[in-house]
Design a binder for this molecule. Sequence first.
Ligand code: SF4
Length: 78
Amino acid sequence: MSQHFCATCNRVRLSATGNIHLCLGQEDKAPLRDLLRDNCSDAELDQAIRDAIAMKPEKHEFVENPKKIIRVMALTGG
Ligand code: SF4
């Protein structure tokens, strides 16, 4: 947290519930479950993932806003 590396972070996490969590330190996520259950095409899935990653937050706010995140890291597997 004291020397965070958010500026070079390219990580996202796909949960078992079908959400892509875009950052361990923010609540931003993109739902993929409905798209997958509707038998989307590979191109549609690819675009949905790209759209999600384009929304990836710049950084966490653990210090500036410690109560902002309600999903602890252990729930995400970070
Ligand atoms: S807090 Fe978010 S942007 Fe920063 S390193 Fe972790 S996942 Fe990446």
